[in-house]
Design a protein around this ligand. Structure first.
Ligand SMILES: [Zn+2]
Length: 194
């Protein structure tokens, strides 16, 4: 960079000119410009609208009613068959009983996953990929994931986890875009070309 007053060439990070003492222009903060571009992108506008409508949409009780009904019918029919078996073939009645129990366990685990995947609210934040950390096990999670450190407009950086290997491959350091996260998990990253 050049001194605006005397034209001497100065090191990039100099705050004052060493020849004439003129205050050097503050170094441009490139990140600020990038975050502005992200927020002006059409992708950002549409993500915000989507996030907004997802928050507004109430989770109806229908899945629970359907599950309850299924549970009722499954147990009813299962117990009826079990009783029939016991009274006609004796101990072989244990077979349909096992099937009923299996169904109940499978359903409870599905229900648990359905409730669990809701998690916290989805957050949509302009971000820059700061560093890809490779495979990692997220705290409180299980199975392999990939850790990625993102930088935010506030200057803060934070690590999030990517479960999808393809998404992880697609990310490059310094990519700018819109990060959608739920808890510490990356849901998606829409790159914005800046
Ligand atoms: Zn100067």
């Amino acid at each position: 960079m050049k001194c605006t007053s005397c034209g001497a060439s100065l090191p990039e990070n100099a705050s004052t000119c060493e020849y004439c003492g003129t205050k050097a222009p503050a170094p441009e903060n490139n990140d600020d410009k990038i975050f502005d571009l992200i927020k002006q992108s059409p992708q950002y506008a549409s993500q915000m609208v989507q996030a907004q409508s997802a928050r507004m949409r109430p989770k109806g009780p229908m899945p629970f009613i359907a599950m309850g009904l299924f549970f009722f019918v499954w147990c009813g029919v299962g117990l009826f068959i079990t009783t029939m078996f016991f009274s006609h073939v004796g101990m072989l009645g244990i077979l349909p009983l096992g099937m009923v129990l299996f169904g109940v366990v499978a359903m409870l685990s599905t229900l648990g996953k359905a409730l669990g995947s809701g998690g916290g609210p989805m957050k949509v934040i302009p971000a820059i990929v700061l560093r890809k950390k490779g495979s990692a096990v997220p705290p409180g999670g299980f199975g392999e994931s990939f850790g990625v450190i993102f930088k935010f407009e506030s200057g803060r950086s934070e690590e999030f986890f990517v479960a999808d290997g393809l998404l992880y491959e697609r990310l490059s350091e310094q990519d700018a875009g819109i990060l959608s996260v739920r808890d510490n998990q990356v849901v998606k990253f829409d790159e914005v070309l800046v």
